[in-house]
Design a protein around this ligand. Structure first.
Ligand code: ATP
Length: 316
């Protein structure tokens, strides 16, 4: 249902003179989705976020927030967005209540509803106990919660978080991730991060931007399938001919690694493990190790962004 599409980015570009910071990017985010937005430095993430939040006009293309065109009706569209920038705009000399009350007013929440909005944001972000503390005296993790509280104070449809866990300790990171997952239940969340395990921990979908263009867009399940390896590591007691392994069904090639260890590459969905075990028993190869190899998200990320670079260089 189109009502469920809370962010729609269509063929959006932003050029700075000859630099194509964002070049023909299209994507959608639905209600209840957490989208991980990844890319190497300078790929165009911040520029894209700035355009979605209405702080930067696209050179071309259309952005709609909850169906509202951000260029035609910027005020209405912006009211549907909560943004936590990389450096949250916190006033350290205010306490939590004062700051969130100020943010509620900035977001034009009617006076009679400000106290309830502040209470709700504090409760959702685990700040209720901290309400009288000066923001400057809070730990970095709690300051980040305040940053998220200001982003959701007006119950926006879409919450955009730019590197929300940078500089936090592992316990704070877990807490903020749990909070992001919870936000994903009621809002659409776009999470920009460099921390790849974070994407797997909290996102439903992931997209990678490189040199201004989207180079991958997939669900986390789809990503897991991409990560499924296409090789197994095998160790045998006996030395065998490479051909004996290479002729197993589905095997595309075999690397000898020394000491009777082999890496067996196989075609998609044709893992030869069972056939290998059977044959090893028949032939007395003494199979004592069989380890499936998986790609990490980091490898996928590096492969995609590097291949793209190589392709660009070749083209140049
Ligand atoms: P990072 O992760 O380092 O923040 P990013 O993915 O957010 O990177 P952007 O900040 O969007 O990348 O930048 C994309 C490209 O546009 C870069 O080449 C950058 O140098 C260029 N760029 C960004 N802002 C401007 C500007 N105001 N003037 C000229 N070029 C710019």
């Amino acid at each position: 249902m189109s009502d469920d599409i809370l962010v729609s980015v269509e063929q959006v570009s932003r050029f700075y003179g000859p630099i194509r910071a964002v070049d023909g990017v299209s994507f959608e985010v639905r209600r209840g989705e957490v989208l991980g937005f990844l890319g190497p430095n300078g790929a165009g993430k911040s520029t894209t976020m700035q355009m979605i939040t209405g702080n930067l006009a696209p050179t071309a293309g259309q952005i709609k927030i909850h169906g509202i065109d951000i260029l035609d009706e910027p005020k209405r569209a912006k009211a549907e967005i909560g943004f936590l920038p990389e450096l949250p705009p916190l006033y350290k000399e205010l306490n939590v209540d004062e700051y969130l009350t100020y943010c509620a007013r900035l977001n034009k929440i009617p006076a009679a509803k400000v106290a309830a909005a502040v209470d709700n944001a504090k409760q959702r972000c685990g700040l209720t106990q901290m309400h009288k503390r000066l923001i400057g005296n809070l730990s970095k993790g709690y300051q980040q919660r305040v940053g998220i509280a200001q982003a959701i104070i007006h119950s926006p449809a879409v919450v955009i978080l730019d590197e929300p866990t940078v500089g936090l300790d592992p316990i704070q990171i877990r807490e903020i991730r749990a909070l992001i997952r919870e936000l994903g239940g009621t809002h659409s969340v776009i999470l920009s991060t460099h921390i790849l395990p974070e994407v797997q921990a909290v996102c439903d979908r992931v997209q990678i931007i490189n040199k201004g263009q989207l180079v991958l867009s997939d669900t986390i399940d789809g990503l897991s399938r991409r990560m499924e390896g296409s090789s197994v590591l095998v160790a045998l007691r006996k030395t065998v001919e490479l051909d004996a392994l290479g002729t197993l069904p589905g095997v595309s090639s075999v690397d000898a690694l020394g000491d009777n260890r082999y890496r067996i590459h196989f075609a998609k969905d044709q893992n030869p493990a069972e056939a290998l075990v059977e044959k090893s028993v028949q032939q007395g190869w003494g199979l004592y190790e069989l380890t499936p190899e998986r790609m990490s998200l980091e490898e996928i990320f590096v492969n995609i962004t590097r291949t793209d670079e190589a392709a660009t260089e070749t083209a140049a």
